[in-house]
Design a protein around this ligand. Structure first.
Ligand code: SF4
Ligand code: FES
Length: 242
C-alpha cells in the first residue's frame, strides 16, 4: 500500500484520499475546523496547514501522494494555528462563559489544544443580526466562524439549500436562503444535519440549553484530538441522538 510520512511516521493511504483523510484514518490528529468527514472539503479555515516537502498546504484539500514528507505537529505550525484561532476569536463575539456551547465547542477546544491564553489582537465586536424567528432553532451570527459546514451539510446531506455566505471582507456573514432571509421562512428542521453540525455556538437548538453540566461536557472529558479522531461524539450530538 502507498504511504506518506507525517512527522517521521509512515501513514498508509488509499488512492483519492487527502492527507487529512489518511491522517485521521491512521489516528494522526491534524487540527481542523472547517473539515468534517463525509462533507466535501472546503479549505477555508487554514488550521490544517501542514508542510509538504517544504511547502505549506491545506491537509484537507491536498491529495495524498507517494513520497510526501509532511510536517504537522511542529511548534512553528502550531504557533501559526494559534494565531489563526486568535483571529477567529477576536473577529466574533466569543463570550464563552455565557455560551451554551462552552465545553462542546470545537473552536474553544482547539484554542485550549494550542495553548491559547488570550485573543492577542484587538476585538472587532461585530453586531450581526441574531435570528430567533424559527420555533426550534436560533442563529447567533456573532459566533459564526464562516466555516460553511452548515452550508455544505444543508446542500449535500439534507438536500436543501438553507444557508450561504454573503458580503465581503469584514462584512461577510451567514445568510439564510428564504424570501425574508429569516430561518422561520426556510425549510430547515431539527432533523437536518445542518441544524447540528455547527462547530461553535452559532446555530443552537431551542429549549435544550445547559442540560449537560459544566465539567461533564465533551471537551471537559476528552481532548479535541480524541473527538476529531472519532473516538468520542459531542455530548450535544449524543444527546440529540438519544
Ligand atoms: S453557522 Fe456554524 S456551521 Fe454555519 S458557517 Fe457559521 S460557524 Fe460554520
Ligand atoms: S480544515 Fe483544512 S482548511 Fe479548514
Amino acid at each position: 500500500m502507498s504511504s506518506i510520512n507525517i512527522d517521521g511516521t509512515d501513514v498508509p493511504f488509499e488512492p483519492g484520499q487527502t492527507i487529512m483523510d489518511a491522517a485521521l484514518a491512521a489516528g494522526v490528529y491534524i487540527p481542523h475546523l472547517c473539515h468534517k468527514p463525509g462533507i466535501s472539503p472546503h479549505g477555508s479555515c487554514k488550521l490544517c496547514t501542514v508542510d509538504v516537502n517544504g511547502r505549506a498546504v491545506s491537509a484537507c484539500t491536498m491529495a495524498a501522494a507517494e513520497g510526501q514528507k509532511i510536517e504537522n505537529n511542529t511548534p512553528a505550525l502550531n504557533e501559526v494555528r494559534k494565531s489563526i484561532t486568535q483571529m477567529l476569536f477576536i473577529e466574533g463575539n466569543h463570550l464563552c462563559p455565557s455560551c451554551e456551547k462552552t465545553g462542546d465547542c470545537t473552536l474553544q477546544a482547539v484554542g485550549y489544544h494550542l495553548g491559547m491564553l488570550d485573543g492577542h489582537y484587538p476585538q472587532f465586536y461585530p453586531r450581526r443580526e441574531v435570528d430567533a424567528s424559527h420555533p426550534s432553532l436560533v442563529l447567533d451570527r456573532d459566533r459564526c466562524i464562516m466555516c460553511e459546514l452548515c452550508v455544505r451539510a444543508s446542500r449535500e446531506v439534507d438536500g436543501k439549500d438553507v444557508f450561504a455566505i454573503g458580503g465581503r471582507g469584514t462584512g461577510r456573514h451567514l445568510i439564510v436562503n428564504s424570501a425574508t432571509g429569516k430561518l422561520a421562512d426556510s425549510d430547515i428542521t431539527t432533523d437536518d444535519l445542518a441544524a447540528h453540525i455547527c462547530p461553535v455556538g452559532a446555530i443552537l437548538i431551542k429549549d435544550h440549553g445547559y442540560e449537560v453540566p459544566i465539567g461533564r461536557r465533551t471537551f471537559d472529558l476528552h481532548s479535541v484530538a480524541e473527538t476529531d479522531l472519532g473516538e468520542v461524539k459531542l455530548t450535544k450530538t449524543r444527546h440529540h441522538d438519544e
